[in-house]
Design a binder for this molecule. Structure first.
Ligand code: NA7
Length: 552
């Protein structure tokens, strides 16, 4: 018996919300949506949860924010019970934590792994999104939440001959799941950002010889990583209410530390040096919190940069190598500052060579070597620590079509445009977590993720209560916000660096300072006020009422 196609076609499954990505944002989003009684489906490209921590398995990978702060705050039981073992958790432990959260909150049943989302198309008549996955299946959803992560789209550099290389090739952002053993091998690392700086000391211990190809020297502060003592964990746990408050409302970057009350030039030389020394000895990202004007004033910034340059000269024995390792192309902090364990000291090892590819660029990669304009380096393995198409790269891989068939890629061709980093005009009911235009990568990501997820959860709940169909950023509000994000960025030293914050690491990517630098506290306040005023700057349509909100 033949069955007509219309009779056999099963209708597409429908969810209230489709979430793309099961990293820290996707997992918490799912948890909140379920708590509100929404149906949700999460699609995850990887075979497990954890997002960036699922992919970034390179040797030495660890978080540069302290574990007791780089952890969810939404569950008091979770933050009281989970035992972080080190001050800065290594990647395997962060992944264990992500898996623990998935199990503890029973998230897996609504997550479909090994499933890439290829397309999301908005149907203006039905006011629904159709979401198509790489396996060819399509589901519909009222809302789509892009929890695709900011640093999850590993970027293979465009170097001539790379595909010809016959040895092993790895990218730090897409590391194999099996153990990689460099013992006895001649290894080359291209890239000296955070991933290179973390992996180089570990690879140097295994490799017979390590050649580091450096285009731009970076500022790095010692992590001073150590096992966490019981009393340290207990202190955090006892003080979490205040610590989390400061992270959310006071510290601009969402990291609890003693905050500066003065600028670098308000202290004399000796006092300033003592402060930098204390921060250097304490270690970590909060070095930049020594003074309140290091991101704003070039002369102030120079005092911190000079301090670190002097430290590099003290650590690295060969003066020529030390000089090459001293950053001089950008203000300290204007590229994400790195946090390391023995990075600079690694260059004192006899089996490590630093190659300056700024003065002698890589010409090509042959079957067995990297050839610069000055020399050829025979290698058995190559590690690409060349970073990510940050903030927009993963979103750009999805064919997202909003009103009138407009694609998000076309809309963002001149750079990402959002209102509050949360929505983009022309794309109703499509939310972005920690998107461009929000503090995002300039902050402790978990603080920003929780804030966005909570805001989005409140928002969809608000819409359900009022029987609203669509919500969308207005062009006016978006234009104002984009202008504001830019204005704030240009009051700082950040735009001076060719950083991935600016999209400068991707040839052809528009140079726009993507994250919002106004601080997580003020940003949270703006978002809360917008919500309190009935989602000012967003247009809403619905059965129960029609409203078009004024620009914020
Ligand atoms: P980053 O910080 O973008 O660093 C990438 C590094 O690779 C950086 O040193 C680049 O030099 C270098 N690079 C990139 N492309 C090339 C080519 N074609 N040739 C030579 N060198 C190249 O990425 P990471 O993975 O280290 O860190 C990203 C974030 O993850 C980090 O900030 C933390 O937040 C966690 P350049 O500076 O462009 O001259």
């Amino acid at each position: 018996m033949s069955v007509s196609p219309s009779a056999s076609a099963t209708p597409a499954a429908h969810y209230d919300v489709v979430v793309v990505g099961a990293g820290f944002s996707g997992m918490y989003m799912l948890h909140r949506l379920r708590g509100l009684g929404f149906t949700a489906r999460v699609y995850e490209q990887g075979s497990g949860v954890g997002g960036t921590w699922y992919w970034n398995r390179y040797p030495g990978a660890r978080c540069d924010v302290e574990s007791m702060q780089y952890s969810y705050s939404f569950s008091e039981e979770l933050q009281q019970e989970w035992d972080w073992s080190e001050r800065y958790a290594p990647q395997p432990e962060i992944l264990r934590y992500a898996n623990h959260v998935a199990d503890r909150f029973d998230l897996r049943s609504d997550i479909q792994f090994d499933t890439r989302v290829d397309a999301a198309v908005f149907d203006e008549t039905k006011k629904l999104w159709s979401v198509t996955t790489a396996d060819g299946k399509t589901v519909t959803a009222k809302f789509v939440v892009l929890a695709t992560g900011c640093l999850s789209n590993a970027r293979k550099p465009d170097i001539k001959g790379l595909d010809r290389f016959k040895g092993q090739v790895y990218h730090t952002g897409h590391w194999p799941h099996e153990q990689v053993d460099f013992t006895g091998l001649r290894v080359g690392v291209i890239g000296t950002g955070s991933s290179g700086i973390q992996s180089i000391p570990v690879i140097a211990e295994q490799a017979s010889h390590l050649t580091v190809f450096q285009r731009t020297a970076n500022f790095s502060i010692p992590a001073r990583n150590a096992r966490l003592l019981d009393e340290e964990r207990a202190w955090f746990r006892a003080n979490y209410p205040e610590i989390r408050r400061v992270e959310r409302e006071v510290a601009r970057n969402g990291i609890y530390t003693d905050l500066p009350d003065r600028g670098a030039l308000d202290d004399g030389d000796n006092e300033r040096r003592a402060k930098y020394e204390a921060r250097w000895q304490r270690g970590g990202l909060t070095f930049m919190s020594a003074y309140n004007n290091l991101a704003l004033d070039q002369v102030a910034n120079d005092t911190a940069a000079n301090f670190v340059r002097e430290k590099i000269a003290e650590i690295v024995k060969d003066p020529e190598t030390a000089k090459l390792l001293q950053p001089n192309s950008h203000p300290i902090g204007s590229k994400r500052i790195c946090v390391d364990t023995d990075y600079f000291a690694t260059f004192n090892r006899p089996n490590v060579t630093l190659v300056d590819i700024k003065s002698s660029p890589i010409e090509e990669i042959t079957e067995s070597a990297v050839r610069t304009t000055a020399c050829e380096y025979e290698l058995d393995a190559l590690v690409l620590a060349t970073g990510f198409d940050a903030m927009t790269g993963s979103v750009a891989k999805i064919d997202i079509r909003g009103r009138d068939g407009l694609t998000l890629n076309r809309k963002w061709a001149e750079g990402p445009r959002t209102y509050l980093g949360l929505m983009s005009a022309g794309f109703p009911n499509l939310f972005i977590i920690t998107g461009p235009g929000s503090p995002s990568v300039l902050s402790n990501m978990i603080v920003s993720i929780e804030q966005h997820v909570d805001w989005i959860s409140d928002c969809v709940d608000y819409m359900r209560e009022r029987e609203l169909d669509t919500m969308e950023a207005t062009r006016e509000a978006e234009d104002k916000w984009v202008t504001h994000v830019n204005e704030v960025a240009y009051t700082t030293l950040y735009p001076q660096a060719n950083s991935w914050y600016m999209g400068a690491n991707i040839p052809g990517k528009p140079r726009i300072f993507m994250p919002y630098i106004g601080g997580v506290g003020p940003y949270r306040q703006i978002c809360n006020e917008v919500a309190a005023k009935g989602y000012n700057g967003f247009a809403m349509t619905g059965a129960a009422r029609q409203q078009r909100a004024a620009a914020f």
